[in-house]
Design a protein around this ligand. Structure first.
Ligand code: IMP
Ligand code: MG
Length: 172
């Protein structure tokens, strides 16, 4: 497999994240907002998105594993790193790189819901159209993309390619 066509450019990502940050700023004005990024993939979205949020936010990270080393969803989600603190009564926004089957996020949402946050919403840079196996309410979506396997901007192929500044499709 090799890196194929660029699907979302560096510039498009920057522009969209600025817009999303602006929306988040307006929506959470006066609220205690905690952004939770899902490692490792969402580390880059998180870093760039928070720079456009003009609020005194807090950040935390969770690490989950759903793919193992393959390019298909197993449906099995394991928490490798949990949040550092309690989230009861706080407004929580999960930051994701990509939603594919939605199984990872569905698991995460349920897991966080029982901790009784004041609200729990999702922001994702990428959403693969029509692949969700469970209905998921996503408040902020960067781009809807075709169901191809993509890499770059945090997204990996067996651990590599995360450092590419754009999102590209993988080709045979
Ligand atoms: P889901 O559970 O199928 O929604 O998959 C979610 C996770 O799988 C994401 O957070 C990514 O880490 C990974 N993933 C899904 N699609 C892709 C892709 O096209 N490229 C790289 N990683 C992906
Ligand atoms: Mg991954």
């Amino acid at each position: 497999m090799k890196v194929g066509r660029v699907l979302v450019t560096e510039e498009q990502i920057a522009t969209r994240l600025a817009e999303m940050g602006q929306s988040i700023t307006e929506d959470y004005e006066g609220k205690d907002l905690l952004l939770v990024a899902v490692l490792k993939g969402a580390f880059m979205v998180m870093a760039d998105l928070v720079r456009h949020i003009r609020l005194p936010i807090d950040i935390d990270f969770m690490a989950v594993s759903s793919y193992g080393e393959a390019t298909h969803t197993s449906g099995v989600v394991r928490i490798l790193k949990d949040l550092d603190r309690e989230i009861a009564g706080r407004h929580v926004l999960i930051v994701e790189d990509i939603i594919d089957s939605g199984l990872t996020l569905e698991y995460l949402r349920r897991n966080l819901e029982v901790r009784e946050p004041a609200s729990l919403e999702i922001a994702t840079l990428l959403l693969k159209s029509g692949l969700q196996r469970v209905p998921i309410a996503v408040k902020y979506i960067g781009f809807e993309i075709p169901p191809d396997f993509v890499i770059g901007y945090g997204l990996d192929l067996v651990g590599k390619m995360r450092n590419l500044p754009y999102v590209a499709v993988m080709e045979e």
